[in-house]
Design a protein. Structure first.
Length: 508
């Protein structure tokens, strides 16, 4: 059993004088009163791999006793001051559920105790006028001990201010303003573990990619690759827990990586990147079953809900739920199997190796305007060819397939422009924005086409069960009309995206 919550907190160097040196926080924003609690004695043993893979990705895993939430705590970064904390009950060994959530980071390496941190904590609860808790201020006396052979010890003080569930984040700003006036400044370590590793001599030095020149195409491409690989790693636990939009975001990261590795073959050797692209395609396909089902189900459910009651004949809502449950579980099962497979971990290792030792080609060291501008224009040429082909086809399935291929080409152009934007600025950003418009319109067309096929299946199933098929036929007609309107709008959107003035600044 696990539970999770979002934790938003800020860490500061302690004031001189300890608790007595704290400023009066009454009146800091909505804070109306301050109530003392504690003290608490906390004893935490942090677990990581021998090369500190969790700490290297800003994640922490600890077994803590003492305090109101004794147990296993896995903390995952969400950006800014916020992390997600997943809690599991106390046990002697790391719970299996938490092992799975860190698998994308550990790659199956053994988890072992690395640091023990004991804290004596004085607590102050910051309350509003009704007595509701807005935030909790903790002043800790910290004692850290490395559990590695020959490891050292360290002691320090630390002040934390943690936002209460549901409280406005502005409370933290108001409290920080009051603390700054008293000379209290932010801590230079993001977590107790990071400081403990540094001060006990346990930190592992990490190398940088070799052979990459700052400001070169190689540097821009690798920065983009590194960002997408980081997203894949970070999204793994969210996908495993079936959090909203997690599968979609991971699938997009796969596509962005594939597009980047394809578009910038003049920067990275395709003999290395083509096998990676194939594996990313596999992963996106395994994720796609769940995501496509989710999007389609939501679309049909929303359309059904908008129909007047008199046009919904038979048990339409029940049939849709049965269809969704049966198909949805199959998709989720495929996703879980993919993330539990050695193939997924091998892909992550290969992507890490690509970033550490990039297979650079001559284009990696040339001027960005030349290498990256050419790559973007090449993707535009592919899109233009597919658009011309699709628009010349007669109405029917062949044209629908052609427009779908054009949509994929628009997506590749958009991602190539994203990679180049830090180097080439507004000109490539404008082209990317127009490509996104084409992609969105063609995506809406494709969604309507796919929905028509599913609605026909539902109508056939309903008819076979002796139910009215009228409602499904009505929704089919509405989707067909949507697809028609998108096709009518396409020539104008494409004219705007194919304006030669957009490409002229990139032609060098």
């Amino acid at each position: 059993m696990t539970q999770s919550k979002r934790e938003t907190e800020r860490k500061y160097e302690p004031p001189s004088g300890g608790v007595a040196g704290l400023p009066d926080l009454t009146g800091a924003g909505p804070v109306a009163s301050v109530a003392a609690a504690g003290p608490e004695e906390l004893d935490a043993v942090y677990h990581d791999t021998v090369d500190l893979r969790l700490a290297g990705s800003s994640a922490t895993l600890r077994r803590r006793t003492g305090g109101p939430d004794a147990g296993w705590h896995l903390k995952l970064p969400l950006g800014g001051d916020t992390r997600e904390e997943v809690w599991a009950p106390l046990s002697d060994d790391v719970p299996q559920a938490l092992r799975e959530l860190v698998l994308s980071r550990t790659r199956g390496a053994e988890l072992r105790p690395v640091v023990r941190i004991r804290s004596t904590r004085a607590v102050r609860r910051l309350c509003d006028a009704e007595g509701g808790v807005l935030a909790e201020l903790s002043l800790d006396e910290v004692r850290a001990q490395s559990l590695a052979p020959g490891g050292g010890r360290a002691e320090w003080g630390e002040l934390e201010v943690e936002l209460a569930d549901g409280a406005d984040a502005g409370v933290l700003d108001a409290v920080e303003k009051r603390l700054r006036k008293k000379g209290v400044v932010r801590a230079d370590s993001p977590s107790k573990l990071a400081r403990a590793l540094r001060e006990t001599g346990s930190a592992v030095a990490r190398g940088r990619p070799s052979g990459v020149v700052a400001g070169s195409p190689g540097a821009f491409v690798l920065a983009y690759v590194r960002e997408q690989v980081g997203d894949l790693v970070a999204l793994d636990p969210a996908v495993r827990r079936d959090l909203p939009d997690a599968v979609h975001r991971m699938r997009v990261a796969c596509r962005r990586l594939r597009g980047c590795l394809r578009s910038y073959r003049s920067v990275l050797d395709r003999r290395v990147t083509d096998p990676l692209r194939a594996e990313l395609k596999w992963l996106a396909g395994e994720l796609g079953a769940a995501r496509d089902q989710e999007v389609l189900s939501e679309r049909i459910d929303a359309a059904l809900a908008e129909l007047p009651d008199e046009l919904v004949l038979g048990p339409a809502a029940a049939r849709l739920r049965i269809w969704d449950v049966s198909r949805g579980e199959d998709g989720r099962s495929r996703t879980r199997q993919a993330l539990d497979s050695p193939r997924w971990l091998r892909l992550l290792d290969a992507l890490d190796a690509l970033v550490r030792q990039p297979p650079l080609r001559a284009g990696a060291g040339r001027k960005p305007a030349r290498t990256m501008g050419r790559a973007v224009l090449k993707e535009y040429g592919r899109l233009a060819g597919r658009m011309d082909h699709a628009l010349a086809l007669p109405a029917g399935r062949e044209r629908e397939a052609g427009l779908h291929e054009a949509r994929k080409a628009a997506k590749k152009l958009r991602y190539a422009a994203e990679v180049a934007r830090p180097a080439l600025g507004k000109p490539v950003a404008r082209l990317g924005k127009r490509a996104k418009g084409v992609q969105r319109l063609l995506g809406e067309h494709q969604d309507a086409v796919v929905a028509q096929g599913t609605l026909r299946e539902l109508a056939v199933a309903a008819h076979g069960a002796g139910e009215p098929a009228f409602t499904w036929g009505l929704l089919h007609g509405l989707e067909r009309a949507v697809a028609g309107r998108r096709r009518e709008a396409l020539p104008e959107v494409w004219r705007a995206a194919s304006d030669p003035a957009l490409r002229a600044p990139l032609a060098h």
